[in-house]
Write a protein that binds this ligand. Structure first.
Ligand SMILES: Cc1ncc(C[n+]2csc(CCOP(=O)(O)OP(=O)(O)O)c2C)c(N)n1
Ligand SMILES: [Mg+2]
Length: 676
């Protein structure tokens, strides 16, 4: 963008007027809702105007255009800015939606999160995560570009823009994510920092005095400091400079005034998260020279904002490139189209069946973390879209498979990311990779550190992002590392999260089925909860193997109505089987139910659940080396739970299982008490 930026816009209303349309819509919608955040939209309006009108490649007529630039609102409280932009540029978001900001049944939620058919890539309520999502999107673009672009055919070639605020930069995740983005040389990531000096409690100089440009320079970023965020030419110049930089991510630090245009409140935290009030809004109209009724936008302003034709043309030009590329490289093109559509290969189902049959036939006695690697080795050759990594525990999580190849700054044509010790960013970056499309992420760490990642797991569940979480070292069974590393409450608490599927498989076969379920899931995350210690293979027939996918099934049975049902997950399944053997020898009719995924079991039809857990059998014991919460609904009032409602100890695993009651002897004792 040259200094003639203003000249090239002949015939259009002045930029300030276009930006004021964003300000007016935002302050009026917040006022109508009696709730929301006018400060950020009014402060960032000039920046947004330049970015969206002159730089952002997007098509309001097709929000899912593969090669669109991604735009992320990490300071997502400013959601009215995004709604105003979408409305004005021509997305399917009418004035009625803006008038009903934050109301039930409307698409204009407080924090919109994700709406791919509306042009909302992601915005984060939880500050800082959008920035990490943006890193994931830029990483996905880099990986896909390295795979699919050919000389003269830059089919994957877009930028990722992130708006962020002081809050995002105070959050630790910004360090995790931006440090890695620098190392990976994500040159097509452009972040615009709303440096307004204000957060909710007031002037940030009392709690945030970092040298932000210095900090990002130290990460290896290209930093453009001290840009006047209310000077469109300065913003345009900075954006042009950012585009020209392709080796390093760019941070543009924009000095802005929060609530710009509200004469008595601008520059203060009062504008952050409350309606301005009728009087101040009237005064702002005067100050801005915006003499239109609420939600009224003059035709000339609307016409200047309308991006539909420009977007349609941009997409059509890209379509022509794609066609030519597809003709020259038909195999790559077929794969590209499939992965971008989020579809599994046509032969996937047969291949997965075959792989699971082979794994069952091999019947290996291994830890389920090892079983996970076996599953990866079986499935990954069919799924080039699979991109995994670990937060510095690759050898422990067994996330590296025979086809893994590291991604780095110089060569992104790989499928494995060494995330470093950054669980939260890894998970949010994984979400960003999935949100971008074209790749399927998996992220490994110890189960106990899922706490570090937790809000990103929650965002994946909320946004229906199919991120796969490989959580190993899942109980006291990890032994000597001790209670800091021994998860207790984690499986139970992850099961509380809506739309997260938690699998805790007991052997190689269940682990492969769990992986398959995770890979076939398109609408939410899956946690694979895996052991450090070895586990014996369980025998099943063909029907038994098929039943695993139902989340809970009869693994060992007695013939006729059981006197007792033992149910267990993961490392406690073989214990249940051994205890059942002992009780059977004593003349009791015992059924063993393996329950690798409660969420999936709960969704089975009533008849199936009743067949597995007949209501008439009230003597039931659940066994899991973790918090007992959640098992009550399966064992009922007449049942018992053998679990662990305290922290573990540092000792060899075998001794710990004995001490805490995960022994055949204890299960038999509890069973005798129940059946007496
Ligand atoms: C993780 C997280 N913590 C706290 C909040 C609540 N919150 C929303 S906005 C905000 C202040 C953000 O300040 P800044 O990013 O500077 O936004 P500005 O006021 O400048 O718009 C806070 C604390 C949040 N949304 N996410
Ligand atoms: Mg701020």
């Amino acid at each position: 963008m040259s200094s003639t930026a203003e000249d090239t816009r002949a015939g259009r209303p002045p930029r300030r007027e276009l930006a004021n349309a964003l300000r007016a819509l935002s302050m009026d919608a917040v006022q109508a809702a009696k709730s929301g955040h006018p400060g950020m939209p009014m402060g960032m309006a000039d920046i947004a105007e330049v970015l969206w009108n002159d730089f952002l490649q997007h098509n309001p007529c097709n929000p899912r255009w593969d090669n669109r630039d991604r735009f992320v609102l990490s300071n997502g409280h400013g959601s009215m800015l995004l709604y105003s932009l979408l409305h004005l540029t021509g997305y399917d978001l009418g004035l009625d939606e803006l008038r009903n900001f934050r109301q039930l049944g409307y698409r204009t939620a407080g924090h919109p999160e994700r709406e791919p058919d509306l042009g909302i890539e992601t915005t984060t309520g939880p500050l800082g995560q959008g920035l990490a999502n943006g890193v994931g999107m830029a990483l996905a673009e880099k990986i896909l570009g390295a795979r699919y672009n050919r000389p003269d055919f830059p089919v994957v070639d877009h930028l990722t823009y992130v708006f962020l605020g002081d809050g995002c930069l105070m959050e630790g995740i910004s360090h995790e994510a931006c440090s890695l983005a620098g190392t990976l040389g994500l040159g097509k990531l452009v972040c615009l920092y709303d440096q307004n000096g204000i957060s909710i409690d007031g002037e940030v100089n009392h709690w945030f005095t970092d040298d932000t440009p210095g900090r990002f320079a130290a990460y290896g970023w290209h930093v453009i400091p001290e840009v006047d965020g209310h000077d469109p030419l300065a913003v345009a110049e900075a954006l042009a400079e950012a585009q020209a930089e392709t080796a390093r991510p760019t941070l543009i630090c924009c000095r802005t005034v929060i609530g710009y245009g509200a004469p008595n409140k601008q520059g203060s935290a009062d504008t952050h998260g409350a309606p301005l009030g009728e009087d101040e809004i009237a005064a702002a109209r005067e100050q801005l020279g915006w003499h239109h009724a609420p939600f009224e936008v003059p035709e000339s302003v609307r016409a200047a904002w309308d991006a539909r034709q420009r977007g349609t043309e941009a997409e059509a030009a890209w379509d022509r490139l794609l066609e030519a590329w597809a003709e020259a490289h038909p195999d790559a093109a077929a794969e590209y189209r499939r992965v971008m559509a989020g579809e599994l290969p046509a032969d996937w189902s047969d291949a997965a069946d075959e792989a699971i049959r082979e794994i069952a036939a091999a019947g290996a006695d291994v830890a389920t973390r090892k079983a996970s690697q076996i599953a990866l080795n079986a499935f990954a050759p069919h799924l080039p879209e699979l991109v995994g990594g670990s937060a510095d525990l690759t050898g422990s999580n067994n996330t590296w498979h025979d086809g893994s190849k590291a991604v780095n700054a110089a060569d992104a044509a790989g499928n494995y990311v060494f995330f470093g010790v950054r669980e939260f960013a890894m998970t949010a970056i994984g979400n960003g990779i999935a949100l971008h499309g074209g790749l399927r992420p998996y992220c490994g760490t110890f189960l106990v550190f899922s706490d570090y990642a937790r809000n990103a797991v929650r965002m994946a569940a909320l946004m229906e992002v199919p991120n796969i979480l490989v959580y190993t070292h899942d109980s006291i069974g990890l032994g000597e590392d001790g209670p800091t590393h021994q998860p207790v409450e984690h499986a139970a608490s992850l099961r509380l999260m809506p739309n997260l599927q938690v699998w805790r498989p007991c052997d190689t076969v269940e682990t492969a089925v769990a992986w398959r379920a995770a890979l076939e899931r398109g609408d939410g995350p899956t946690a694979l909860v895996l052991t450090r210690q070895g586990l014996p293979h369980q025998q099943r027939d063909e029907a038994g193997i098929e039943a695993i996918a139902r989340g809970g099934y009869v693994l060992g049975d007695c013939g006729g109505e059981p006197d007792l049902i033992l149910m267990a997950t993961g490392s406690e399944v073989h214990l249940a089987m051994a205890a059942a053997g002992s009780l059977t020898a004593d003349g009791l009719a015992v059924r063993v139910v393996s329950m690798p995924c409660c969420e999936v079991f709960d969704r089975q039809e009533r008849d199936y659940r009743e067949a597995v857990l007949p209501a008439s059998v009230t003597r039931r014991i659940a066994i899991e080396a973790g918090a007992t919460a959640g098992w009550g609904r399966y064992v009922g009032a007449g049942g018992a739970v053998i679990g662990l409602d305290r922290f573990g100890e540092s000792a060899p695993a075998g001794e710990l299982f004995e001490k805490f009651g995960f022994s055949v002897e204890n299960v038999v004792t509890v069973a005798r008490r129940l059946t007496a």
